[in-house]
Design a protein around this ligand. Structure first.
Ligand SMILES: Nc1nc2c(ncn2[C@@H]2O[C@H](COP(=O)(O)OP(=O)(O)O)[C@@H](O)[C@H]2O)c(=O)[nH]1
Ligand SMILES: [Mg+2]
Ligand SMILES: [Zn+2]
Length: 301
């Protein structure tokens, strides 16, 4: 029987895209799932079957690699973290905060800087270019891929398409940074609402919808709903923040104390590396401010 991916779930139907056919079939789930307390999720790899009425049934859910809660999508393995370089400008602290949550979900992250076409040709633009280049160097040195793009001019879109191949990805990032514009640029013919359109219609920017996966030419699949909208640290343990900083995680074996918080302990490999300039000041400062924020949250509970 054929295999496929659930692209959308709506009113008791699952829309399954067949691996071989490439077609999407409207399916009901077999009653057996309910008995087993199983519930198919968008993103699930399934075995399905076509029935006489032109519909189908989902017969089996193949083992899940992961299940994200917000948005509820199975088998996501990549977060595309989108930040614009102008309007709004790069916010490195917010970027690090998104990265903590992405690492906590054990997803790989791809950093995409957008609106490169919008950098002005003046002194301010010079400064922005320097900041963008510094950020690119920093995050590449930590081990993240960084893409510079313009959805309006097509810059970086083919690289993004290639990077998505074989993955189920969620887009993360503040509202207005250009997530929908990127997805629209990736999928010709798709018209996700961008901010301008929703402004005209007078709708709120955070209209919640059902989750739907979109196939990208070239083999990638993306969720059309932004992930990681909630960015507080309530769900993290104190020692988890440090392990969500990739370069700290690599260094932590060299700390003298187990569960070292990398703030005041002697013989701390992270503090030592920071002292030698091998951990960037912005990363270390952001880490400390997240630790403070974490303590603040826990104190309130
Ligand atoms: N100049 C320029 N503007 C962009 C680009 N990408 C998005 N925008 C604009 O930024 C605004 C927000 O884009 P949108 O895709 O809705 O952002 P989202 O909220 O992250 O989905 C819209 O006015 C877009 O036209 C780009 O590459 N260049
Ligand atoms: Mg959008
Ligand atoms: Zn330490």
């Amino acid at each position: 029987m054929p295999t496929g991916t659930i692209m959308k779930a709506l009113s008791g139907y699952y829309y399954v895209k067949g691996d071989d056919s490439g077609e999407t079939l409207q399916c009901r789930a077999r009653g057996i799932f309910k008995k087993r307390g199983q519930s198919p999720l968008v993103g699930d790899r399934v075995i399905f079957e076509e029935t006489e009425n032109g519909e189908g049934t989902v017969d089996e859910i193949l083992p899940r690699d992961s299940a994200l809660i917000r948005p509820p999508v199975a088998n996501v393995d990549l977060a595309v973290l989108v930040f614009s370089v102008v309007r709004p400008e790069l916010n490195i602290q917010l970027l690090d905060k998104f990265l903590v949550h992405i690492e906590h979900e054990r997803l790989d992250a791809l950093l995409v800087f957008t609106k490169l076409d919008r950098i002005p040709d003046d002194e301010d633009g010079e400064r922005i270019r320097r900041d963008v280049e510094a950020a690119r160097e920093l995050y590449e040195s930590i081990g993240y891929d960084v893409l510079l793009t313009s959805a309006h001019q097509g810059e970086g879109i083919e690289e993004l398409r290639q990077r998505l191949a074989g993955h189920i990805a969620v887009f993360a990032g503040q509202s207005g940074v250009g997530k929908s514009s990127l997805v629209n640029a990736l999928v010709p013919g798709l018209t996700l609402e961008t901010a301008e359109i929703s402004d005209k219609l007078g709708r709120g920017k955070h209209t919640t919808r059902h989750v739907e996966l979109v196939s990208v030419n070239g083999g990638g699949i993306v969720a059309d709903t932004p992930g990681f909208s909630q960015l507080d640290f309530a769900e993290l343990g104190i020692d988890e923040i440090g392990s969500c900083f990739r370069e700290f995680r690599r260094l932590a074996d060299g700390c003298k104390f187990r569960g070292c918080s990398h703030t005041h302990e002697p013989n701390c490999a992270v503090q030592d590396a920071f002292g030698r300039g091998e951990v960037s000041a912005s990363r270390y400062e952001n880490y400390k401010s997240f630790m403070t924020e974490w303590k603040e949250i826990k104190r309130r509970y």
